[in-house]
Design a binder for this molecule. Structure first.
Ligand code: SF4
Ligand code: SF4
Length: 167
């Protein structure tokens, strides 16, 4: 399936079942947990200088690491989870040589693949002390763990309550 086909399918499923899923206590709790991890992660990325280094790279060096084709790593479930946060999944890519999800101010997604969440280029890795690198990895690990639990929970609920299989 192309990324556009996946987006079309998850929009249809979300239209029918999205609101009732959001109301599930377990889903609401995991969403709050993830938001808290994002907050911690953002604070740490700012504190360690990653945010400013990436901004400089994007604005001054055109050096985005979000290349064309990475969108194909995304299965329907991750795209579906983004709809829980009302992310506007784009129909067209903004830049021909970049990932389908790259927007004017960075990634448009809230829920991202492990490949995107984990990625730190060599230049960034060299800037960080081993202790800071370990802290970043720990925070990122929490985000990925909660994302995985949310993903499996939503898949299970969709299957058992709505008879919908999503990959
Ligand atoms: S991770 Fe590295 S290549 Fe990617 S935007 Fe940041 S500085 Fe640039
Ligand atoms: S971070 Fe976002 S824009 Fe960048 S490659 Fe990943 S999905 Fe694409």
């Amino acid at each position: 399936m192309t990324v556009q086909q996946k987006i079309e399918r998850v929009r249809e499923v979300f239209e029918q079942h999205g609101e009732s899923l959001r109301d599930e206590p377990v889903v609401a709790r995991l969403m709050r947990e993830l938001e808290s991890h994002w907050g911690s992660s953002w604070r740490l990325m700012e504190e360690t200088g990653i945010v400013s280094a990436c901004r400089h790279c994007e604005e001054e060096e055109g050096g985005s690491c979000c290349g064309r084709g990475i969108e194909d790593k995304y299965g329907e479930i991750l795209l579906f989870l983004n709809l829980l946060w009302d992310v506007d999944l784009p129909e067209d890519r903004l830049l021909q040589d970049s990932c389908h999800f790259l927007g004017d101010s960075g990634c448009r997604l809230k829920i991202r693949d492990v490949l995107c969440v984990n990625y730190l280029c060599t230049a960034i890795q060299k800037r960080l002390t081993p202790a800071d690198l370990a802290r970043v990895q720990q925070v990122v690990g929490c985000e990925l763990d909660t994302t995985f639990v949310l993903q499996e929970t939503v898949k299970r609920l969709l299957k058992s309550r709505c008879g919908v299989a999503i990959l």
